[in-house]
Design a binder for this molecule. Structure first.
Ligand SMILES: [Zn+2]
Length: 291
């Protein structure tokens, strides 16, 4: 959420040149208000990564009195993005793009901290969108709702007990529900489970895509005719078991969208935890089973 918007008045007649970003406080958040990690309305956990908004080259990354600051040049467009109050940098310190470091959208560029000059010391990220330089900052809030939302790659692996939401996906021949179609172009993990007539539920398969093909990889499990056309060829490299197809009308699916960089780890973790019936790879060795 934006906790302080673009253009809001500052002492001395200055206006806020960007937006301050935090998480909306959830009922499960334990951070106390008026600490570094939260206000009454918003929170910012320790060790939260700042992610590059789009592909680009690091124009500058340096320590400033207000924390580490990064500028990413998104050429050939005129756009650049600015991030500050970082307490740690994951990109090389540089000026005038001398390091030539490229970053991808969603890549971790640092850790979000607090503004050392701000009395409240509330952790948040100050973010600016420039269309031609620092003097041409525009309100980024108009484009931000269209951005893809990804988990902080570090928190996805820490959130071990985040519950998965299982939903039916419709019968064969029906269009897929929107939440399935929205996986097009994304990376992440999926779990397929099969409720039995006796009321028990069995996890049958856990899979992932780290190449933004989550939709294709998942729906392939429900396209029985493709089994015979070599569609699973080449999938061994991604650790998939070939040819596992399920009756759409009988299964439920849970999905977690992640950044490409954590999809494989998240899949491995879910296989270990859920012990899906049909995954050949990644099952814990017998030795690991505590009796
Ligand atoms: Zn700010």
């Amino acid at each position: 959420m934006i906790t302080d918007g673009f253009g809001s008045p500052r002492p001395g007649g200055i206006r806020h040149g960007g937006v301050d970003i935090m998480y909306l406080r959830a009922p499960t958040d334990t951070f106390k208000p008026r600490t570094a990690n939260g206000s009454w309305l918003s929170v910012m956990p320790d060790n939260t990564a700042a992610l590059a908004a789009s592909d680009g080259v690091v124009w500058s990354a340096m320590k400033t009195p207000r924390g580490f600051a990064v500028v990413i040049d998104h050429g050939p467009t005129k756009a650049a993005t600015f991030y500050t109050h970082l307490e740690q940098l994951f990109v090389k310190e540089t000026a005038n793009a001398k390091a030539g470091e490229r970053v991808r959208a969603g890549q971790e560029i640092g850790i979000i901290g607090a503004d050392p000059l701000d009395q409240g010391r509330l952790k948040h990220m100050h973010f600016e969108l420039w269309l031609g330089g620092p003097s041409d900052a525009v309100d980024p809030s108009y484009v931000m709702p269209g951005w893809e939302v990804v988990n902080d790659p570090r928190r996805a692996t820490l959130a071990r007990n985040v519950s998965l939401t299982y939903r039916p996906i419709g019968a064969r021949g029906e269009p897929y529900p929107n939440w399935i179609r929205e996986l097009d172009g994304k990376s992440g993990v999926y779990v397929i489970r099969e409720p039995a007539s006796d009321g028990t539920v069995e996890t049958v398969y856990v899979g992932e895509s780290h190449t933004n093909r989550l939709y294709d990889t998942l729906t392939r499990h429900f396209q029985t005719w493709r089994r015979w056309k070599g569609f699973w060829k080449g999938q061994y490299g991604e650790g998939h078991d070939p040819g596992l197809t399920y009756d759409r009308g009988r299964v439920e699916v849970a999905v977690r969208v992640t950044s490409p960089s954590v999809a494989i780890d998240e899949e491995a973790r879910l296989i270990t935890r859920l012990r899906p019936r049909d995954n050949l790879l990644g099952q814990p060795a017998e030795d690991d089973v505590p009796f």
